[in-house]
Ligand binder design. Sequence first.
Ligand SMILES: Nc1ncnc2c1ncn2[C@@H]1O[C@H](COP(=O)(O)OP(=O)(O)OP(=O)(O)O)[C@@H](O)[C@H]1O
Ligand SMILES: [Mg+2]
Length: 600
Amino acid sequence: MLREPSYLDSEINQDRTPGKNPRVLEKILPYILAYPKSLIFSCLAILIASLTVLGFGTGLRYLVDYGFSETFPFRLTGSLVTLSMIVLLMAMASYARLYWVSQLSERAIADLRKDIFSHLLKQDISFFESTSLGEIQSRLTTDTTLLQIVLGTSIPIALRNILIISGGLVMLILTSSILTGIIAIVIPLVLIPILVFGRKVQRFSRLAQDKTADVSASLDETFGAIRTVLSFCRESYMSHLFSVQVENIYQTSIKRVQARARLTALVMVLVFSGVSAVLWYGGNSVIEGQMTPGELFAFLFYAAAVAGAAGSLSEVHGDILRAAGGTERIFEFLALKSSLKMPLEPKSLPSPLQGHLQIKDLSFAYPSRPKKPILKNVSFEVFKGETVALVGPSGVGKTTLFNLLMRFYDPMKGQIYIDGIPFDELEAHVSRDLIGLVPQDPVMFTTTFYENIRFGNLDATKKQIIAAAKDAHADEFIKSMPQGYHTHIGEKGVTLSGGQKQRIAIARAILKNPPILLLDEATSALDLKSESKVQKALKALKHNRTTLIIAHRLSTVQKADRLVVLDQGKIVAVGSPKTLVGENDVYKSLIDAHIKAAAS
Ligand SMILES: Nc1ncnc2c1ncn2[C@@H]1O[C@H](COP(=O)(O)OP(=O)(O)OP(=O)(O)O)[C@@H](O)[C@H]1O
Ligand SMILES: [Mg+2]
């Protein structure tokens, strides 16, 4: 029902910091070893593809040495047929390599993404408070995509190149050891300037990319703040700022293009000089009869293959380091542990459940501000079927108490019991499952009304969903929407009023049908009509359930069986609404505030 995240849209962010140690990539091994068949096929394909490259050189040698003999004309055909077979095998192996390796890497990354997602869902709320959504997103999309590309492309290329280099070197030595010696001097002379210059080109591309990123940030800012820009008549100023940035990109790109053009010329000259040096020595050896022309040809072919492989290996190295950085970040997430206390042998709840809540000596401070205690030695009970209203000034810690009851955090001291069983002997999802929460500012998903209510119980039938909406007094306004229950509620419910969102949240809780209810009344004043609808909805919901309600409205307070008054993190009074009038100052000032508000 939730929108599917689109990983494919994400661009590979070149700015992700590279790692230092490529060994962290080993952590991905279990995800790859889980598919032995794909792994074996991938390795075989890489091996065969590399061998065919080496085989091609030998084929070339036979073609040159024997293919052009006047006495045995059929040898030309024979050599060509052999070469064609090698090429056919090379093509098949390359196809298999591309297919199996990509399939394996995509499969492993899909599994990894699922694992990260479900692992993150097991973290406690304080993790989400300290980690930005952007960071989670970029690790789940950019870093995993980076890893996928490296697994599916860079590593197989590196493997193939290592095989070609080692096999190629053997073939070079076998063909001519003296020429190999010459090559050993020539290849670095050719490659090192190319690599050094290549780095420069890369640096310029990187710079151009950074500048492009600046432009998109400024686009965001200009059009995001379009009202401010227009109201200050700053169109030409913004255009000026933009054109400076665009010029910057142009200048950097020109530098890159120049460096690239020089690199291309340099490559041509250096490669040709290298080849000439080998041809000169090799040619002389052929003339002197120490070498056959075919051997010289094959030699040149192997030398080119080894040089090409070595060159691309150095490029792959950078990619592998970047993926190592991504892997570190991904596995940092997978190593996270929820700070909630998990029982070794979790207890199960008695059935049928009574729904008796006991809060004993509870003290709590948020992990992000451990020195600022919010709740101090709070103790009270809510009996089966009873409605208790929690009142107190804003910021006293009422919602915080609900956060503890939902087990978003563990208390620093004290304990919460359900039917006598302490919370920390239950698994978090067991106690959460018993509690229906209607939050102060209910959260809607970007989907239809129907799906938003169904979130309360995924097994509910259409009939039950509509019945819940009716009980929550939401049916009426939902039906007046253009597509009724199947109307989209817009991004996170922006099209709904506060009262409407609350009624959807109430319908969701009715559908969940929990024995214990936590209602956090909205602080924003609803108009009388909406309030009476929400009140009616709440009445339907509270029926037969243990209810703890954070009350901001006098009408709610008066309907409660008992009141718990909180002030400065402590309970200052407990009693029925009637007995507390005139007895407790905090309660009295609350009532006074309501009377004033009603009068104004
Ligand atoms: N996630 C958090 N991390 C750190 N401090 C928090 C967090 N949430 C709330 N607080 C702080 O805890 C205190 C109690 O907040 P809480 O939301 O429980 O108040 P409340 O009684 O529900 O108030 P209101 O009636 O306005 O809803 C406040 O001082 C608030 O700043
Ligand atoms: Mg609150």
